[in-house]
Design a protein around this ligand. Structure first.
Ligand SMILES: C[S@@+](CC[C@H](N)C(=O)[O-])C[C@H]1O[C@@H](n2cnc3c(N)ncnc32)[C@H](O)[C@@H]1O
Length: 256
């Protein structure tokens, strides 16, 4: 693994993020993004069940059947999925990589430093502030990097996961190629995305989803499973309003 360029708080930086990049990054906004992601991923009690459970259910059949050494999530946000894997694979060195320092700070505090968090959704109609106990996962690390330049060696990862990331990338094809680079031969990639691109050029390049399927083959992945209608409701408030995401999900294996 590459050495960090710097450190902020307890988060190693593998990319030198400029002040301007901080300002422009919507995921650095605490109120709109970190608190929303925390409510979505860390406060199951608010919603009766974990709203993103469909992601975990889709992925579980493709997890390795025995202990592995290296697991990586890219675009990990507040860290729920990679923390789940760190608990399932206690011998694995697990990394959550994200481009947002604020997301990583929350993830590290909650999953590694055992800091309790308080979620106040009174503006969404919930009357109680939820206090949630933090964890101390010793095999889990978080670091700041871009998906296009992962700080990991060639063929070093056994499993790579990511959700709701691909359509956020400046260059999705490059992101996939970088995942291929760091995955070991026969290593697996499990990815879920709503294909909610913000650039017309990306819609053209990756839609309909068969284009993404073909790209995976060109990069060197063998697709093991491919689903185009994974429905996920992102809850918004106490009244039950939600955003409905229609996601594609696939599990793929690096050929060699
Ligand atoms: C929509 S959120 C998804 C978070 C979480 N994976 C989920 O499923 O809810 C997208 C995440 O990807 C991160 N992200 C965006 N661009 C990135 C990039 N180029 N490299 C790494 N992470 C990135 C954001 O900071 C944010 O945490």
């Amino acid at each position: 693994m590459k050495a960090a360029l710097s450190q902020r708080g307890r988060i190693p930086f593998f990319y030198k993020k400029s002040d301007k990049e901080f300002q422009l990054d919507p995921y650095e906004r605490y109120e709109s993004m970190v608190s929303r992601q925390s409510a979505l991923h860390l406060a199951d009690g608010l919603w009766d069940s974990y709203p993103m459970q469909a992601v975990l259910d889709f992925a579980a059949p493709f997890y390795p059947s025995s202990q592995v050494a290296h697991i990586l999530e890219i675009g990990c946000g507040v860290g729920r999925w990679i923390a789940t894997l760190a608990q399932t694979f206690p011998k694995a060195d697990c990394w959550g990589i994200d481009y947002s320092y604020q997301m990583l700070k929350r993830a590290r505090e909650f999953w590694v430093d055992q800091t309790d968090i308080h979620i106040d959704l009174s503006s969404k109609g919930f009357s109680n502030i939820l206090n949630i106990k933090g964890h101390r996962l010793k095999n889990l690390n978080f670091g700041l990097a871009k998906a296009s330049a992962l700080p990991f060696n060639y063929e070093s990862q056994d499993l790579i996961i990511n959700s709701f990331l691909l359509d956020r990338l400046d260059d999705p094809a490059r992101g996939l190629a970088e995942m291929y680079r760091v995955l070991r031969p026969k290593g697996k990639l499990i990815l879920i995305t709503p294909l909610n691109f913000s650039k017309a050029a990306h819609w053209k390049a990756y839609y309909p989803p068969i284009k993404l399927f073909q790209l995976l083959g060109q990069i060197g992945f063998e697709v093991l499973d491919w689903q185009e209608e994974i429905l996920i409701n992102e809850p918004l408030d106490f009244h039950g309003n939600s955003v409905r995401w229609k996601c594609i999900g696939f599990a793929a294996q690096r050929k060699d």
